[in-house]
Design a protein around this ligand. Sequence first.
Ligand SMILES: [Zn+2]
Length: 272
Amino acid sequence: MDSLIPPGAPRAVVDGTGTERARCVLAPNPSPMTLDGTNTWVIAEPGSTEVVVIDPGPDDEGHLRRVLQAAAAGDRRVAQVILTHGHDDHSGGAARFAELSGAPVAALDPAHRLGSEGLTAGEVLAVAGCELRVVGTPGHSADSVSLLLAADGALLTGDTVLGRGTTVIAQDGGLGDYLRTLDELRALADEAGLRTVLPGHGPVLDDPAGVLDFYIAHRQERLDQVRAALAAGARTAAEVVAVVYADVDRALWPAAEASVRAQLEYLGEAGK
Ligand SMILES: [Zn+2]
């Protein structure tokens, strides 16, 4: 965790934003962990009779109906639902949305698939008149993927890169994987000429390479702080948090502790 909203930070306008082929429908589940709420993305080539929905979001009937309405605008049908990962704020509404839309749900983790064969990292999906490349981006969680919408120079990142702050390494993720993922995405930013990040939470970002450079530097900085706290005598994850996150709201310390545990695990492995 490091995805901390600075006190008093204004809620950004995310709902309805996006690119030519991608539009955000913001879910009403704001929190320190989900920022403004979960961004559900509706993707289609202009004029297509089909759409793809990325991350239906939490199981909130009003939100799912808004997504369906945005998806169906212009008499379109939902051809496919894709999950960037299985966490509940992204996938909780998937079963209900599949019921409402009749569309199958694809995910890297078989446990989250519904009527679909799923996804494979590296494959290119041709849906709703668009090409979406599935990019394996483990780290935040083991099952995280990002989706490259090359026609818009856009990368849908789920929780791998957020629109504000930085990302949490969840219990089912890993920092070693995450650092590799950031390096790979940084290379992709140049290769694919990325112009836009469409994150799972927070506003759209228009400098993917710059954001990834910041994420990579931030991770190294946090690791340096954890090393320093250990050198100063901290013995447990909780003790490290009390030093490194001293200036952060205590309500966020439990989440910070999970992140510190991931860093301690990573440093332990690196030290062997
Ligand atoms: Zn999330």
